[in-house]
Design a protein around this ligand. Structure first.
Ligand code: B12
Length: 222
């Protein structure tokens, strides 16, 4: 049986600021079979490699982050006989559910998963599906993971949005979008989401403003 070459994968991803985000084996009742390994980022170390790639001639500006990811992780999939699954391809694959299984994370009140070290400053950019068992190095014990939101009394994330889009009732997507796109949403567009930035966990991993502006603009379709 083939083994998943975790070290090779990690070494190939590192120059691009991408990392392995954990994995798990699908079971009998799942929609897929094999072992899934998630690829993503922690912090914004991917920004400069991505910018360098983007500045090369002939790059399309249509979903550039996905195109960049597809180029890097797609090559790994081809080299190692894995199937590439992308988060924005339809029908949407349940990346957050997969991440919960792989890394034992839970959602913050904002919907974004809370990581014990990276806080809200991490992402899932692609997944690789292998026909091989889960390497021992990827077996993560559930009890290792502390959910920081449980101990967070003030929940500043729920009080920081200028239009109250994040509340205990959930996320008011339409309200957020209208504000971010509008005249009064300049700060949200330039500095990033106030709610996400209000979280005290993982401050060292916070994306610089330039990166937050890029992601907010993409989110708002501007
Ligand atoms: C559609 C989508 C959205 C939609 C949700 C619309 C809706 N009402 O459902 C919108 C446009 C609102 C959205 C917004 C954002 N999203 Co979004 N989104 C997705 C996407 C592409 C598909 C979600 C889905 O339907 N999956 C299918 C179901 C079956 O899978 P699931 O795992 O169960 O998905 C659950 C979650 O997506 C959750 N959910 C529902 N609504 C929302 C809203 C937010 C804000 C989040 C984070 C989760 C969430 O409910 C789903 C059902 O259980 C995923 C990628 C993916 N493939 O999962 C990213 C994803 C969930 N988004 C993500 C992020 C980061 C954001 C933003 C913060 C983007 C940004 N600017 O950086 C914003 C939030 C802005 C804000 N101000 O808070 C990340 C979360 C990463 C993490 N660390 O947890 C993902 C995984 C993308 C990624 N590449 O990392 N998103």
């Amino acid at each position: 049986m083939v083994e998943i070459p975790l070290d090779k994968l990690a070494a190939a991803l590192a120059p691009h600021g991408l990392i392995l985000r954990g994995g798990f084996e699908f079971g009998e009742n799942d929609e897929l079979s094999g072992t899934l390994v998630l690829v993503g980022s922690a912090g914004d170390g991917w920004w400069q490699p991505f910018q360098d790639w983007l500045s090369e001639e002939g790059r399309s500006t249509d979903n550039p982050l996905d195109s960049w990811t597809r180029e890097i992780v797609g090559a790994l999939a081809a080299d190692h006989g894995a199937r590439l699954i992308m988060p924005n391809d339809r029908p949407y694959a349940p990346f957050q559910q997969w991440a919960m299984r792989a890394e034992w994370l839970r959602a913050s009140p904002l919907g974004i998963l809370m990581h014990p070290e990276y806080g809200l400053w991490h992402s899932y950019r692609a997944a690789l599906l292998f026909d091989a068992p889960l390497p021992d190095a990827m077996i993560q014990a559930a009890h290792n993971v502390i959910h920081a939101c449980d101990a967070c009394v003030g929940k500043p994330c729920l009080n920081a949005c200028p239009v109250g889009a994040h509340s205990r009732r959930g996320f008011d997507y339409a309200g957020c979008l209208a504000h971010v796109r509008g005249e009064a949403g300049e700060a949200c567009r330039a500095e990033g989401c106030f709610s996400r930035n209000a979280c005290p966990v993982g401050m060292d991993w916070r994306y610089r403003s330039e990166v937050q502006a890029f992601l907010q603009t993409a989110f708002a379709g501007l």
